[in-house]
Design a protein around this ligand. Structure first.
Ligand code: MTE
Ligand code: MOS
Length: 757
């Protein structure tokens, strides 16, 4: 059976041989132009003069686009229309595009863009979360979630602590930066190749910018060289600017950002601060919690509403919060607009509770694992989240027990203590942290998908669905589903570019639900076609439907056996249609934003990790020595792909929490806009000892595609174990019971500062 077995990524040979076509590899027509943006270097101000004469005269320049050149709406914001394609008079972040220029080569375009004479009269800029809170500067209204009576319970609690958790942002650093190619067609139509997780949104934004109906805009994406959430909303800016220039010049336009422009111009993971007060008992059981959660959203709303909602939903991580109050402020700052990033606010919410439980353990002089364990959601009791959803099928108590034993946690805890007693300079730390992550878009409407399946008379199959491929292996998983339903070898199924003219009105490939949604939609299409073939076989051979079976590229019809291709040909001759659409909507979910009640998540994905680190107390450098991971993917669709997602997600989380630091200077300019100053993990950061395992025999309790579970985002949060292992090592530098207030990322400088303090 193709589904449930390890199959390599459908593009693996193309990836490793350099033959995979990304947007940048698409052959351009001879008259194509290349474009570049002109950016503001001021964080907040009024444009008093924009002199583009030298740009226009620069060699090779063919067209310039300004707000006045946009036939329709000057906006690329999806939910809230507060993102101008080109700033019109008011600039709100350093790096904001003011115009774009198209020339005969990329170099000519980039050189020309530099020649603009821009005068901006600065206005006071709000550059961080605290400043925004003080000024009550918000992109969206604040929200509070409350359960029980946290105020009273806090007052009565035998023990209390207050703390502030500081959580850094993150640049996506996809290997392929943002890019779009816009190719004018006849009659006002436009074909756009876009590196996007959300072709439908790009289609709509381009249509609105060009003032064309949606049916004249086609958006295609064969693959992205990584998206990680960064190409969910923000790809529309690049595509819209390319389309406007293509419309104005009447020529194809390619717009590819270089790394610096990409990092300056496009949104990042939200950094957060959380002021917390917790009440607990002498056993470390949480009794009450109050959290003020504030995030940097940048200058516009973008996806900050749902990102901050998800942060609020995940403040519990894996723990029962009986009396809790979470207030979320969505801060407006004069910095680039923050956006989706793997975990979508969940990781930041979870950081808060993990830091608190760690503090409680150290206050009580207990192993943090004990405190984490007694606060876990129960089985059948203590199992209702603070937003009212019952945690069904909770696997965490079992996963934590199993991992504690398989990782030899207790013995290693003692070994770490002995090591630290004997070694004054290199300190070791150990931590086990769990993950519980809600699967579904919290906005119910997005939980739908469509597919288009075409069977040809030679028995081969072409599959399209609304999901996009960004390296995560979505296409191979969905192809496996179709192969399974039609009893065909995987090689008979081909998936090509995602295309808004084949499957319309799709959701972003995001929230880890790509295979859940599109797998089910493709299955529905395959079942439709299979049923037609069964009906034909029954009519032709006078057998019952149960006597028709599809396997190994063959169809068994009663006593007859014939190749799938023969039946497909027979169907064509009998005028039976061989193409079908499939549709899926996630059942049983509903979330009412107004009343803050309902069931936002179809199910939860679980996992846990144990990390051991060594910290050099003279330099602050830390090294991940070993990691043990046990992660729940339900009944895996493709174990090889799932393991890859777990390893990659984990290491990306390690980067977020230990080395990737975004630094804005006092004027609001991002100084970390290239790999020279922004450090992502590499293969060398993978620990020498790593044991990564899928939780065996754990089919999803709800009816997901073949009882699998989503895997794209949850593993990122396994990296919380590494951060807390570093905290553990830092704690070993101080007296017993000291609370290491370690902000993230735990860079060497940050760790050293803490140790010195
Ligand atoms: N894996 C790779 N290789 N590249 C990516 O860009 N994006 C992540 C995750 N895994 C990403 C990835 C994010 S943010 C999400 S939401 C999911 O993949 C999206 O794909 P899925 O829903 O098919 O899992
Ligand atoms: Mo992923 S952050 O939901 O694109």
């Amino acid at each position: 059976m193709p589904s449930g077995t390890s199959q390599s990524h459908d593009s693996a040979p193309l990836h490793v041989s350099g033959r995979a076509q990304y947007c940048d590899d698409i052959a351009l027509p001879a008259n194509a132009l290349h474009a570049a943006f002109g950016l503001s270097r001021v964080a907040h101000g009024r444009v008093t003069s924009l002199d583009l004469a030298a740009v226009m005269e620069s060699p090779g320049v063919a067209a310039i686009a300004l707000p006045a050149d946009i036939p329709g709406e000057n906006n690329y914001g999806g939910a809230v229309h507060d993102d101008p394609i080109f700033a019109d008079g008011l600039v709100q972040y350093a790096g904001q595009p003011l115009f774009a220029v198209a020339a005969t080569s990329m170099r000519a375009a980039r050189r020309a863009a530099q020649r603009a004479k821009i005068v901006i009269e600065p206005l006071p800029a709000i550059l961080d979360i605290r400043a925004a809170l003080a000024a009550e500067s918000f992109v969206l209204p604040s929200h509070t979630m409350r359960r029980g009576d946290p105020r009273a319970r806090l007052r009565e609690a035998p023990r209390r602590l207050t703390t502030t958790v500081v959580i850094g942002g993150q640049d996506h650093f996809y290997l392929e930066g943002h890019i779009a190619v816009a190719v004018p067609q006849e009659d006002g139509a436009m074909l756009v190749h876009s590196s996007t997780q959300h072709p439908t949104e790009v289609q709509n934004i381009v249509a609105h910018a060009l003032k064309e109906p949606a049916n004249r805009i086609v958006v295609q994406c064969r693959r992205m060289g990584g998206g990680f959430g960064g190409k969910e909303s923000q790809a529309a800016l690049i595509a819209a600017a390319a389309a406007v220039l293509a419309r104005k010049s009447g020529r194809p336009v390619k717009l590819r950002l270089d790394r610096d422009a990409d990092m300056l111009m496009t949104g990042k993971r939200h950094d957060f601060i959380a002021d917390c007060e917790a009440g607990f008992d002498d056993d470390g059981r949480l009794l009450a919690l109050s959290v003020m959660l504030a995030s940097r959203c940048g200058y516009s709303a973008d996806l900050s509403g749902p990102v901050n909602d998800r942060a609020m939903f995940h403040v519990d991580n894996a723990y029962f919060l009986e009396n809790v109050e979470i207030t979320s402020h969505r801060c407006k700052t004069h910095t680039v607009s923050n956006t989706a990033f793997r975990g979508f606010g969940g990781p930041q919410g979870m950081m808060v509770i993990e830091a608190l439980l760690d503090d409680i353990a150290r206050t009580l002089g207990r192993d943090p694992l004990d405190i984490r364990r007694i606060n876990l959601y129960g089985l059948g009791e203590r199992n209702v989240t603070h937003y009212g959803q019952i945690v069904k099928g909770n696997l965490l108590p079992g996963i934590v027990d199993k991992l504690e034993h398989s990782s030899d946690y207790r013995r290693r805890r003692e070994a770490v203590s002995r090591w630290n007693a004997a070694h004054p300079i290199i300190k070791r730390g150990l931590a086990l942290t769990p993950v519980k992550f809600g699967i579904s878009f919290t906005s119910t409407l997005f939980n739908q998908a469509g597919a288009l399946l075409q069977v040809y008379t030679d028995g081969t199959v072409l599959l399209n669905h609304g999901g996009t491929e960004m390296g995560q292996g979505l296409h191979v998983k969905v192809a496996q589903v179709v192969a399974t339903e039609l009893g065909l070898p995987l090689s008979a199924i081909r998936i090509t570019a995602t295309d808004t003219s084949k499957v319309p009105n799709t959701s972003a490939t995001a929230a880890s639900s790509g295979s859940d949604l599109n797998g089910k939609a493709a299955q529905a299409a395959a079942v439709t076609i299979r049923q037609r073939l069964v009906d034909l076989a029954c009519d032709t051979y006078g057998v019952a439907p149960r006597d028709v079976r599809f396997a190994d590229g063959q169809v068994q019809i009663g006593e007859e056996r014939q190749p799938f291709a023969a039946l497909a040909r027979a169907a064509h001759e009998a005028r039976v249609p061989l193409s079908a659409t499939g549709f899926y909507r996630t059942p049983d979910i509903n979330w009412n934003k107004q009343t803050q009640s309902g069931v936002p998540f179809y199910y939860f994905a679980y996992g846990a990790a144990v990390a051991e680190v060594a910290v050099d107390t003279l330099t602050g450098e830390s090294q991940l020595l070993r990691v043990d991971i046990l992660h729940d993917v339900g009944r895996s669709l493709n174990p090889a792909i799932d393991l890859g997602q777990i390893e990659g997600g984990f290491l990306q989380g390690v980067g977020w929490l230990t080395s990737e630091e975004l630094y804005w200077d006092g004027a609001g300019e991002l100084r970390t806009h290239a790999p020279s100053t922004y450090k992502i993990p590499t293969a060398r950061d993978w620990p020498a000892a790593a044991r990564v395992e899928l939780l065996p025999a754990a089919p999803n309790a709800v009816d997901s595609i073949y009882r699998s579970k989503a895997v794209g985002e949850p593993p990122l949060m396994l990296a919380l174990s590494v951060f807390h292992a570093i905290r553990d090592a830092c704690a070993a530098c101080g007296p017993r019971g000291c609370l290491p207030h370690l902000p993230s990322p735990a860079t060497p400088e940050t760790v050293l500062r803490l140790i010195d303090a």
